[in-house]
Design a protein around this ligand. Structure first.
Ligand code: SF4
Ligand code: SF4
Ligand code: SF4
Length: 245
């Protein structure tokens, strides 16, 4: 019998669950491996039992906290997908302000009635089994992860930085064009898509393991930078701080 899969969305643009729908070529392969039983964006069924729960979006309301705890109890494997769920992503930027200020800025006088708490990753609330980084997730990496989970294997993420993928594509380094790039300290896996199209990497996949050791030293040396200097620009997608309330 195929493992059953449910997909849930919390605070985010739902682009990561939509990215699954866009796996046009691979979706049939995925459906050969699993049975989808719950997914608001794609079906009307609302199964209460499932083996694997895929979750996009950050946890940013009291309601989210309650719901993700329920999901954790219902599934065998819980896998956050995308930066919002993996490390709170862009949503963590709001944590720099008081929640009262955030509500007033967004909703004005009506803000008081809204339920909002500092945004956090799924793993800050419940134990997780694996997490897929990226804004949005990489579709190929998603398919490989589902396949590994179905085979009982532990999925793996690349342990080298974006620069390695970028150099393999023979891209012209964007530093050379006067732009900034976080590729030397960001975990690979997206195929260096931003530098390939002429933009600097914004670090949406988070830091490579031990960025001080595993940064692409060759590129950093070329531009007189250190891994620490590049890491200082990691605000947009990596500002979540679990020491904040
Ligand atoms: S990680 Fe990006 S694409 Fe995915 S839900 Fe969050 S904002 Fe949307
Ligand atoms: S710094 Fe950016 S553009 Fe330059 S090689 Fe690394 S990933 Fe590519
Ligand atoms: S190049 Fe950087 S910002 Fe662009 S998708 Fe990859 S990790 Fe994210």
């Amino acid at each position: 019998m195929k493992p059953t899969v449910a997909v849930f969305s919390f605070t985010g643009c739902e682009g990561c669950s939509l990215a699954i729908l866009e796996c046009e070529n691979e979706l049939l392969d995925v459906l050969n491996l699993v049975q989808l039983v719950r997914w608001r964006e794609a079906m009307t069924e609302t199964a209460q039992e499932f083996d694997i729960a895929l979750v996009d979006g950050s946890i940013s309301t009291h309601h989210d906290v309650k719901k993700v705890k329920q999901i954790r109890e219902l599934c065998k494997l819980l896998v956050p997908i995308g930066a919002c769920a993996h490390n709170a992503g862009l949503n963590a930027l709001k944590n720099r302000y008081g929640m009262g200020q955030v509500k007033e800025t967004v909703y004005g006088d009506a803000g008081a009635q809204f339920d909002t708490i500092p945004a956090c990753p799924v793993s800050a609330v419940v134990p997780i089994d694996f997490a897929l980084p990226g804004c949005p997730i990489d579709r190929g990496e998603f398919v490989r992860t589902v396949r590994d989970l179905c085979l009982g294997k532990t999925p793996r993420l690349p342990t080298y930085p974006i620069c390695v993928e970028c150099k393999k594509k023979e891209n012209v380094c964007v530093f050379f064009q006067g732009k900034f790039c976080m590729g030397p300290v960001t975990r690979a896996g997206c195929g260096a898509i931003c530098p390939t199209y002429g933009d600097g990497c914004e670090g949406c996949r988070g830091f490579v393991d031990d960025p001080n050791q595993n940064a692409h030293k060759e590129t950093l040396a070329e531009y007189g930078l250190t891994a620490r200097e590049v890491m200082q620009h990691f605000d947009m997608f990596n500002s979540y701080d679990d020491r904040l309330p």
